[in-house]
Design a protein around this ligand. Structure first.
Ligand SMILES: Cc1cc2nc3c(=O)[nH]c(=O)nc-3n(C[C@H](O)[C@H](O)[C@H](O)COP(=O)(O)O)c2cc1C
Length: 180
């Protein structure tokens, strides 16, 4: 369904990994090892998934993790994700690279606990500005990304982009055929 709905370069952005995609495969494999282990013969009348999470209580031990450019997949996706997190009572993490401002997201979800992901930019003024705006929006937690010193070698980029972030003609045409 996603493949039908999305332009190819966006689908690959979400679906693919870097190089031979070994890390992606290893992550999948690691998650496959996890199981729910049901307890038996215990009182389960009162079930409670609440967890303390960085200074506040979360309704369950989950967060909506940061992913950039969400709105390439669906219009105003960050606001929709924040709404979903608000309903679930769990934190929502807003990426540095988004299509909705932190002000818009916090206005749309006044009860939501918003975390901000931060790329420490070489230009400190950008970082300072982002932090000040996050504070004004009531954001209490900063998620600092430390593993983005080099951009991963996503080989599929070469199929989609002509140069840097400029799409090649095939993908521009493909985007035109997905006007929604
Ligand atoms: C489509 C996509 C977009 C992402 N965007 C960002 C981003 O903007 N900033 C960032 O720090 N990490 C980003 N990430 C990394 C995720 O946050 C990371 O995969 C997540 O924290 C899970 O951690 P793991 O991949 O180490 O298991 C992105 C991941 C994906 C799949």
């Amino acid at each position: 369904m996603a493949q039908r709905r999305l332009p190819h370069f966006i689908f690959e952005y979400v679906d693919s990994g870097a190089e031979e995609e070994r890390t992606l495969a290893t992550n999948r494999h690691a998650f496959d090892q996890w199981r729910f282990v049901p307890d038996a013969l215990i009182d389960c009348e009162q079930r409670d998934l609440r967890q303390p999470l960085l200074g506040d209580i979360s309704a369950s031990p989950l967060i909506v993790v940061l992913t950039g450019y969400n709105s390439m997949q669906r219009n105003r996706a960050d606001i929709k994700l924040a709404h979903a997190a608000e309903e679930m009572g769990i934190p929502f993490t807003l990426s540095t690279v988004v299509n909705s401002t932190i002000e818009d997201v916090s206005r749309a979800t006044p009860k939501e606990r918003i975390w901000l992901q931060l790329y420490a930019m070489q230009d400190r003024a950008i970082t300072d500005n982002l932090l000040a705006r996050a504070k004004d929006c009531g954001c209490d937690t900063i998620v600092v990304t430390v593993d983005a010193v080099h951009y991963g070698n996503r080989e599929w980029d070469r199929r989609c982009y002509r140069d840097g972030m400029a799409l090649n003609w095939r993908n521009k045409f493909d985007a035109l055929t997905h006007p929604h």
